[in-house]
Design a protein around this ligand. Structure first.
Ligand code: CS2
Length: 491
């Protein structure tokens, strides 16, 4: 059995394994990060590790698990150290990351977390909490006051469970103690994620502390970001590989692709790590990058995940192994790129080709079922927004209709082989009710249109769109997702 990775054992790491090029404990905490999942640890924490090695600073991270306690516990036992396994064509490159100073779970360490969140040293609070954690009402864009967690937090604002609730509690403390301003940095896959965060925080504050609104306007920044790195869930194989390659056992390594991208608005009045040393791009307007990434990468992911999952394809690389789906994906990327505003220096066709080879990476097993999760929160920005743009500009929409039909087919909860699965969507109860008894495409669509805000107007009020989705869904139900994809690719 290998020794456990920790500050005390780090010196015993196998020769040649990359590890912090600085003394981690010499750097104080400047960031609290909410959402200690694999993505944060494969992305922002790696950028921060590189920045600390290159330029120093008190910018280590306190990582907070909003729900589970396991990851925080595992990381605490490893003094915050963990292994990133970069899986590329030339094999696996392990690297030990030192930017995480501590890891805590909201369920067990609330007081310590609140203290660090409210401390003057905490100049950045960053987030990767998934789309649904913002509690945004899809119809108004504001905070959904009926969201169960939000409704609960409004009654008990001193022990918040939700992200807006916790942030508002922290901002109140900062206001009362004169702890100064802070940057709230959303790193979730939402368009204009900074604005979304500002809105839900302000809406929550308006309910519990109306005098806080002005203070937030003056003291809190909400830069937008675009984040990208394919990071499948950690498996036992990753743990085994980490121990084999580094000589030290890691209970919670992360696996990811070599590619990584981060585009941010540079709005950090109290400084930030020198992330540019790790390749971060600071742009005055992140929106075109967000559109490109959400629509080309994430939209393609969702199309493949729904079509692939119902057809029995378990990973994105397996989907690309199907010439039918690959042709359909290639066509989708061309259509999406045609609808994007030009971005100086960016060649969308080349970006699309690179995406295909990233998706084909044979050493990354990225599960279609994982990506299929939370579709009600993902489809609007990934598929419906470009479809709506295409409606307005009268561009072809069949590829978006197919992706939508594949999602609706997924919502029926049974693969083409008849295997049942859980939808894993925050709106799954309403979806199941809407679908009760529906078998035919027409009834499925009508049933889901009765679920408020799930299928957005005016897109679904458009007869041509409705007919295209209905035809695609009827085809999928009759001939399967792959045959339907093939027909689309040949159109
Ligand atoms: C994926 C993303 O799970 C999903 O919905 O589309 O997590 C995707 O892998 C990342 O955004 C890549 O940067």
């Amino acid at each position: 059995m290998a020794d456990r990775l920790s500050a005390g054992t780090l010196a015993r790491i196998c020769d040649g394994v990359a590890h912090p090029g600085y003394t981690p404990s010499a750097h104080g905490i400047g960031i609290v990060h909410l959402g200690l999942g694999a993505f944060h640890r494969a992305h922002q924490a790696v950028y921060t590790d590189t920045a600390l090695a290159a330029a120093g600073g008190d910018w280590r991270i306190l990582g907070v698990s909003m729900r589970s306690t396991e990851t925080a516990q595992d990381l605490a036992e490893q003094d915050g150290l963990y292994t990133v396994l970069e899986r590329g064509a030339e094999g696996i490159r392990p690297r030990i990351i030192g930017s995480l100073a501590a890891a805590r779970a909201l369920r067990t360490d609330r007081a310590q977390i609140l203290r660090q969140l409210s401390a003057p040293d905490t100049r950045i609070i960053s987030l990767t909490v998934t789309e649904k954690a913002y509690g945004q009402d899809p119809q108004t864009g504001g905070l959904d006051l009926t969201h169960p967690e939000i409704a609960q937090d409004l009654k008990t604002p001193d022990t918040p469970q939700s992200v807006p609730g916790l942030l508002v509690q922290c901002l109140r403390h900062k206001q009362e103690s004169g702890a100064g301003s802070v940057t709230l940095l959303s790193c979730d896959n939402l368009p204009e994620n900074g604005q979304v965060l500002r809105r839900v925080v302000q809406d929550f504050a308006a309910q519990v502390a109306p005098d806080l609104s002005g203070w937030i306007e003056d003291h809190v920044r909400f830069p937008a970001t675009m984040v990208d790195r394919i990071t499948p869930q950690t498996t036992q194989a990753d743990r085994d590989e980490a121990a084999r390659l580094t000589g030290l056992a890691d209970a919670t390594p992360v696996q990811c692709e070599p590619f990584s991208q981060w585009v941010l608005e540079d709005d950090f009045p109290h400084g930030r790590p020198a992330w540019e040393h790790a390749g971060a791009i600071f742009a005055p307007d992140v929106t075109p990058y967000e559109h490109m990434k959400l629509r080309m990468l994430n939209g393609s992911h969702s199309l493949l995940a729904y079509a692939g999952h119902v057809a029995g394809l378990e990973t994105i690389s397996a989907c690309l192994g199907s010439p039918l789906l690959k042709a359909c994906l290639t066509r989708h990327l061309v259509a999406v790129a045609a609808g994007l505003a030009p971005l100086p220096g960016m060649d969308y066709a080349a970006y699309g080709r690179a995406l295909i080879s990233r998706f084909e990476n044979p050493s990354i097993a990225h599960s279609t079922y994982q990506i299929a999760m939370d579709g009600s929160q993902k489809m609007p920005q990934r598929i419906f927004a470009p479809a709506e743009d295409a409606r307005i500009s009268r561009a072809p929409r069949d590829t978006y209709a197919f992706a939508t039909a594949a999602w609706l087919r997924y919502l029926m909860g049974r693969t083409e082989d008849g295997a049942e699965y859980a939808l894993r969507d925050p709106r799954e109860t309403e979806i199941a009710e809407g679908l009760r008894g529906a078998r035919e495409a027409k009834d499925v669509i009508a049933g889901l249109r009765s679920v408020p805000g799930l299928l957005p107007e005016p897109l679904f009020a458009d007869r041509d769109w409705l007919a295209a989705v209905e035809t695609a869904l009827a085809d999928i139900l009759r001939d399967g997702a792959l045959r339907t994809a093939e027909r689309l690719a040949q159109a």
